[in-house]
Design a protein. Structure first.
Lengths: 183, 236, 633
């Protein structure tokens, strides 16, 4: 691929996710060097930059929306990134955290803090520092517009590589048999 | 087999009474489908197998082949609509592939791969559905039911048991089992039933077998679902 | 009353009595379940136990059927089961406020059973009383012309547990409201006249041979009546009045010519499942012209050679059952129904009445047949068509109530006479069920070819913004189209004619209709089952002020998918009201696209409410502000 004049700014984050997708991103191994010829990381767990620059080109979001902070971060990404990519099962359909969705939030908090022994002297934490949980976990496309999706739990390094290189080449990402996985 | 019709520009032979789906599969041409199974009377409900016959859309699993008909199947327009139907099935139920034993053997998942489904697109319904672990050998996870009714047909037409049926209406349609308690353990269902082996998704699962074949080495990990039609053609 | 029955007889006793009445035939499952519920107020598990035992059918079959129909309850719903008709005309007449009034008066939440288990209040699809709404059903009995005062009276009656049979009779008064009559509503047929005329008629040349395999197979040869009857129907150019307009003569002939296997027979089915919101003509025909309808069915049986007929009556018209049974009984006594009709040996034809139980889809003829067979009302795969493989897989004609009434007129007066009325391609008259914003709602019978403008003038409609012809599955017309005419050449219709004046919000009209289709989708096929729900959610999203151009594009995509992929007419037409109102009343949608960019369908701040309540927090961090995003994005 031809080296672009200016490196694309890429921001990444994990919302209600397990960082597995980020691990898979690192799994592209030595291809990271090739990638870094074309991109630079902005806000990301890899850089420890805490907020997005206003001119990010690509935002990569792992995880769904479980609480108020997730919503704030997702909005920050949408506001500052030209293209948003959902990476992994949780961002795409809520994934494992969304498997609480059939239970009312009140039941869950009751069970965790009141019924089960041990935590917080039977109090539900109410520190303003803590984000409040949403009553349901949502995939991110239900809250902001998402431009591309990378399925998988996590998507393999090859899948990530294929999507990113397709995008860098200005192509619609396409995953054939073997790269397309939801598990 | 002297009669023919045209499917996506290809000449397909068929015998009297054969459907478009049967003739196409025999010729090694894959038409996406979920509620169709060669062993049972076609149902025509999932609509994934919809094709255009002389310009009109119809389910290819129920439509009999007619000599000279012109059928379109593998077109961007029809595949886009099939993709939308698949996405509808994903958001209607709770399909969490990473935690599903059937992942890799699931026809819904494999069909979504085939159609290039990158996301379920629509807003999720996140319905509240039960899991029935009462039976000693079989687990029922209704979260994944796509209402194809294959188990209904198998139990009724092959096993002669009527263990399964659909109840409710519209978006509330759901699978029920033949017991006052609503529990599979209270039916005469066994692992030998044909109905135990026809679920295209992960509703009817054999217990203690979930990960006997590791993820990555399963049916549709090895080959795409479209290869199934070719396999049928090669067997002949 | 019902409770006492239950104590005296016991559930098993009730089931045994009902099952015996229906000849232990599980094809009558729907009727059996309906009558068990009438006696028990719901279908208790013990009833299903007993049915399973005495009918020898699997529980799955019984529960599958019971679960399909809106009016059958497998959970207790109270002794008073109140359902508010929720057609758009009921909305316009203020049904929502009345429902709230009754709910708060009786301390019950909509859709739930009261804490004492006495009653439940919910909504239901159009009950066919649009000309005298708002309307409700109490235990399937229709109450019309609801007002706040009447609601308060009802609350009092329920509170005092007054049996339904002792409620004031004028509550249940249903008016015919015939505003304009023509050849059908003006006909003064003497029962039997049309049959006598049909029997006396001599067939024209060329039809004698096809007559050889007719209903009169057992009769002396040379009787040409049946073929002549069919000939007159064809000559009349009669087309189906249910909306689709299939040529009746062709349908009858195909059924008549369909080969019979050993033990098979032909069936005549009258589709009185008048479920299209805004239609109520069949209600009036069956109230005041039942002889005409039954005579038409008998003439049809004569023409095709059938010995059994069914009237499939929608559950909302349950109150018509006894009067209709009485008409049938009188006709049997008069020898124009039953055995040896008109004294002709072997001329046998009888009619059974089957009731629906709240499922619009059963108006689709193959779903209706499934329902007649005591199954879930799911449309069949076609072909084969009912004319060859209908009721119990035997040749069957299914026609609309009005079609049979017209057939009786044709039997009496001949096809040429009938064809001389109306237009070239649309013979005869059409009864319109006029409702909505007009001075004189009710029935208007016109020869085909009448203009929309004429109907509007006749019913006293002013300041008209739109007319929905043929209900939600029909067409929405704007004033620019009011010169168009009713007829198969231009606007075919099953009869609904709903008028909206300029004060009405056409987006909300379409939204009501979308809710209707979502509620009535049978759930068989993916596109309709899921698609109607997605469409409903999107219309609600626009209604809630969360709509953006993105959602509008999504609506258009779903419309396309429903039309192309659905199994039956319900799915194909479910998007019609949306497509029409988008095309003709676009500002009503644009007003709803409050958002420039995509926003969620749900309220994010509200999604924190449960957590706020549990933690007692109300600090800024405990909220998600709407404006934070979207304004500057």
């Amino acid at each position: 691929m031809n080296a672009p004049k200016k490196k694309l700014k890429v921001a990444t984050t994990s919302l209600a996710g397990c960082f597995g997708c980020h691990m898979s991103l690192l799994d592209i191994d030595e291809r990271l060097f090739t990638l870094l010829e074309h991109i630079e990381f902005d806000r990301s767990p890899l850089t420890d930059i805490k907020t997005c620059s206003p001119d990010c080109d690509i935002g990569i979001i792992e995880g769904g929306l479980c609480n108020a902070e997730n919503v704030h971060v997702l909005r920050e990404f949408r506001d500052n990134c030209k293209i948003l990519i959902a990476i992994g099962a949780c961002a795409i359909n809520g994934g494992l955290p969304a498997q609480r969705n059939h239970l009312p939030l009140t039941t869950i908090l009751e069970e965790v803090y009141h019924t089960s022994p041990g935590l917080m002297n039977g109090m539900i934490p109410n520190d303003p520092e803590l984000p409040l949980p949403l009553n349901k976990v949502h995939p991110i496309h239900e809250v902001v517009k998402i431009d591309y999706f990378m399925p998988g739990c996590p998507p393999s390094a090859d899948t990530i590589w294929k999507v990113l290189t397709d995008l860098l080449a200005g192509k619609e990402p396409e995953l054939g048999h073997g790269l397309m996985h939801y598990d | 087999m002297s009669q023919t019709f045209i499917l996506d520009g290809k000449t397909i032979s068929f015998a009297d009474g054969q459907t478009i789906m049967q003739a196409a599969t025999q010729a090694g041409v894959f038409i996406p489908h979920l509620c169709y199974h060669p062993d049972f009377k076609p149902h025509g409900s999932c609509k994934l197998c919809t094709v255009k016959v002389n310009g009109r859309q119809t389910a290819s699993c129920t439509m009999r082949a007619i000599a000279g008909m012109v059928v379109e199947s593998d077109t961007p327009e029809i595949n886009a609509e099939r993709l939308a139907l698949t996405q509808m099935l994903f958001v209607e139920g709770n399909h969490f592939c990473p935690s599903c034993e059937q992942s890799g053997n699931c026809q819904l998942q494999a069909t979504a791969y085939h159609l290039g489904m990158m996301s379920p697109h629509f807003d999720h319904f996140f319905p509240n559905r039960a899991v029935d672990a009462s039976h000693p050998d079989v687990l029922l996870d209704f979260n994944r039911c796509i209402l194809c009714s294959l188990c209904v047909r198998a139990s009724r037409d092959v096993d002669g048991k009527n263990v399964f049926a659909l109840s409710g209406r519209g978006i509330k349609t759901h699978l029920i089992v033949n017991a006052k308690s609503g529990q599979l353990a209270d039916t005469n269902f066994t692992l030998d039933d044909k109905a135990a082996h026809v679920c295209p998704v992960g509703v009817i699962l054999k217990k203690r077998r979930g990960f006997a074949v590791p993820i990555g080495e399963r049916t549709y990990d090895k080959q795409p679902i479209s290869a199934t039609a070719k396999a049928v053609a090669e067997e002949r | 009353m019902a409770l006492n029955d239950m104590h005296a007889e016991g559930v098993a006793g009730i089931v045994d009595r009902v099952v015996a009445h229906y000849r232990r035939d599980s094809n009558n499952m729907l009727q059996i379940l309906r009558e068990v519920q009438e006696a028990c107020d719901w279908i208790p598990p013990e009833a299903i136990d007993r049915l399973q035992a005495v009918l020898g059918v699997p529980r799955t079959k019984i529960e599958g059927v019971a679960g399909f129909y809106s009016f059958l309850y497998t959970q207790p719903r109270g002794k008073y089961r109140i359902l508010f008709s929720d057609n758009v005309t009921d909305n316009m007449q203020g049904n929502r406020a009345l429902m709230e009034r009754l709910c708060s008066s009786l301390w019950v939440e909509p859709g739930k059973v009261s804490e004492d288990g006495l009653l439940s209040i919910d909504k239901t699809s159009c009950t066919g009383m649009c000309d005298q709404g708002p309307a409700m059903l109490v235990n399937n009995r229709a109450i019309t012309r609801l007002t706040a005062a009447r609601i308060d009276e009802i609350a009092e009656l329920v509170r005092n547990k007054v049996p339904l049979g002792e409620w004031p009779a004028d509550f249940f008064q249903v008016e015919d409201n015939i505003r304009k009559a023509d050849i059908m509503l003006d006909s003064r047929l003497q029962p039997g006249d049309a049959l006598r005329a049909a029997h006396a008629r001599v067939p024209s040349d060329g039809l004698m041979s096809s007559n050889m395999r007719s209903w009169r197979e057992g009769l002396p040869s040379g009787i040409g009546g049946p073929a002549a009857m069919l000939d007159e129907i064809k000559r009349a150019n009669l087309r189906g009045r249910g909306g689709a307009g299939f040529i009746t003569g062709l349908k009858w002939e195909a059924c008549r010519n369909a080969p019979l296997k050993a033990g098979q027979q032909r069936f005549v089915v009258c589709n009185a499942d008048e479920g299209e919101p805004g239609t109520f003509k069949d209600r009036v025909l069956l109230t005041s012209y039942a002889d005409l309808v039954f005579e038409g069915m008998t003439a049809a049986a004569y023409a095709i050679g059938a010995r059994r007929g069914f009237l499939y009556l929608r559950g909302e018209y349950r109150y018509l059952l006894e009067p209709l049974m009485a008409v049938l009984e009188r006709r049997r006594k008069e020898k124009i129904l039953g055995t040896d009709i008109l004294g002709i040996p072997g001329a046998d034809f009888d009619i059974e009445i089957h009731l629906g139980a709240g499922a619009y889809i059963c108006g689709e003829e193959s779903a209706l047949i499934e329902s007649l067979e005591g199954k879930r009302g799911t449309p069949r795969n076609r072909p084969p068509f009912p004319v060859t493989n209908g009721y119990l897989d035997q040749p069957t004609i299914v026609n609309n109530v009005e079609t049979f009434a017209a057939a009786a007129l044709i039997a009496l007066n001949g096809g040429e006479w009938y064809a001389s009325v109306g237009t070239r391609h649309s013979a005869g008259t059409k009864i319109l069920s006029v409702s909505g914003d007009c001075e004189r709602p009710g029935l208007y019978e016109y020869p085909f070819g009448v203009s929309i403008r004429q109907v509007l003038a006749d019913c006293g409609a002013q300041d008209v913004q739109a007319v929905q012809v043929s209900g939600p599955s029909g067409i929405c017309l704007s004033p620019a189209e009011f010169e168009r005419t009713i007829g198969f050449e231009d606007i075919p219709t099953a009869g609904a004619f709903t008028i909206f004046n300029n004060s009405r919000d056409m987006f909300e009209v379409a939204r009501n209709y979308v809710h209707f289709f979502q509620h009535e989708s049978c759930g068989f096929c993916t596109p309709c089952r899921v698609g109607t729900s997605l469409l409903k959610n999107l219309m609600d999203k626009l209604h809630n002020g969360c709509g953006s151009p993105y959602d509008f594009a999504e609506i258009e995509k779903l419309n396309q998918l429903l039309q192309s992929m659905s199994h039956c007419g319900l799915g194909h037409t479910a998007c019609n009201p949306v497509l029409d109102t988008i095309a003709k009343f676009r500002p009503a949608y644009e007003r709803r696209l409050a958002q420039k960019d995509f926003v969620p369908a749900f309220d994010l701040d509200q999604a924190l409410a449960a957590a706020r309540q549990m933690t007692g927090r109300d600090d800024p961090g405990a909220h998600i502000i709407k404006e934070e995003f979207g304004e500057d994005a």
